[in-house]
Design a protein around this ligand. Structure first.
Ligand SMILES: Cc1ncc(COP(=O)(O)O)c(C=O)c1O
Length: 377
């Protein structure tokens, strides 16, 4: 038998797994803490966890485990369409986490030699999804203040098949100004470029309803909008996300996706989660209050530099602390707290960290540990 590696497609041979936060098990091994004892600020999900109604629905769906799930996620797609209004089930595709849809989208639309463009820094799986198709993505570096340089971005976009955008962006926690966003989409439309717009964190932004472009999918037939049940809904481990676009895009994705991609527990929980408005309301109030509190407390650490976050996480430049992000992460881990060292993000140096907004008690533990670790004044 030849070495297995010699049988692998070239572009797959060179793939490397993307680095993510929330690696609690690895952190436990490294620090000696039990995984349950580690306070995870590296993953920016609902600190209250999922709605009880969603959990009850998942439990109720245990009885369906012996059968295949609905391969089309029909009920869930219908509930998503009704939730937003103005769209139909035919405008919705559901994935095993929103990440599956990044890979599916790239696989479906990237032909040999096609160009894909994305900002740097941004979420790393867009790059991996493009690389898996055999192509190498192009990166448009964000400005010093981490905004998109609109005109330069449009120039870079010339001839691109696909553009990835994240609003608000991970890891910077910044919204793309609406004018910049629609300018890019309109420019893309003129040259038949598809725009993959990740709105996974938009539900944490106060005026989400006026900022989402879901209402514009007919105006922009080149636009695909990504959403997730991982973030504000807290169904993180169940893996369910969705995309919204015009029917032509959705039809091809539905044909190309793997069958039974979303399990029956995830489908049931997501339907119930979307209907539980009360849980969303409580979550949003908590995030608003705690974001404001953390902003004040983190602001007291003079060596930290950050902008007010648009999403539910802070993106902090720590270079004046004299520590690298890896140093700070290690020192925090010794106190049982996991933060995200952002060094792995393309376009960043080794001095940025990301921390999620959690409950008051947890946020107090974060601040106490940071103050013990970093010179506060
Ligand atoms: C911007 C962004 N989009 C998508 C994802 C993946 O979400 P999902 O759990 O739905 O695959 C993440 C995860 O961190 C993310 O930060």
């Amino acid at each position: 038998m030849k070495p297995i590696e010699s049988l692998v497609r070239d572009n797959v041979k060179n793939l490397k797994p993307c680095v993510h936060g929330a690696e609690v098990l690895g952190a436990a091994e490294e620090s000696g803490f039990k995984a349950e004892a580690i306070l995870d600020f590296s993953s920016s999900v609902n600190p209250l966890g999922p709605s009880k109604k969603a959990l009850d629905a998942a439990k109720k769906a245990f009885g369906q485990i012996a059968a295949y799930p609905d391969s089309n996620s029909s009920e869930l797609r219908q509930v998503i369409a009704s939730h937003f209004g103005g769209i139909t089930k035919g405008n919705v595709v559901v994935g095993n986490g929103s990440t599956e849809l990044m890979y599916l989208f790239a696989e479906v639309f990237m032909k040999k030699g096609d160009k894909a463009l994305m900002p740097a820094p941004t979420f790393g799986e867009y790059e991996s999804a493009v690389r898996k198709t055999g192509e190498t993505p192009k990166f448009a570096k964000l400005s010093k203040n981490f905004t998109i340089k609109s005109e330069a971005f449009k120039r870079e976009m010339a001839g691109a098949k696909l553009v990835f955008l994240c609003n608000p962006n991970n890891p910077t926690s910044m919204l793309i100004p609406q004018e910049t966003l629609t300018g890019i989409i309109e420019n893309a439309l003129e040259q038949d470029t598809l725009v993959f717009l990740d709105e996974d964190f938009l539900e944490f932004v106060e005026n989400e309803k006026t900022l989402t472009l879901i209402g514009n999918i007919n105006k922009y037939p080149n636009l695909f909008i990504l959403r997730s049940f991982t973030k504000i809904f807290g169904l993180t481990g169940l893996r369910v996300g969705y995309g919204i676009a015009n029917q032509e895009i959705i039809n091809v994705l539905l044909c190309a996706k793997i069958p039974w991609n979303v399990n029956c527990l995830a489908q049931a929980a997501a339907v119930a989660a979307l209907k539980d408005e009360a849980h969303l309301l409580v979550t949003r109030e908590l995030i608003k209050k705690e974001k404001a509190w953390l902003q004040v407390e983190l602001g007291k650490i003079r060596s930290f530099k950050f902008s007010p976050p648009d999403a539910n996480f802070f993106f902090i430049d720590i270079r004046k602390s004299g520590l690298t992000a890896a140093d700070l992460k290690n020192k925090m881990l010794q106190q049982g707290i996991l933060i995200r060292d952002c060094t792995s993000f393309k376009g960043l140096d080794e001095f940025y960290v990301r921390v999620a907004v959690k409950t008051r008690e947890e946020n107090e533990r974060l601040i106490d540990a940071l103050k013990r670790t970093v010179k506060a004044v």
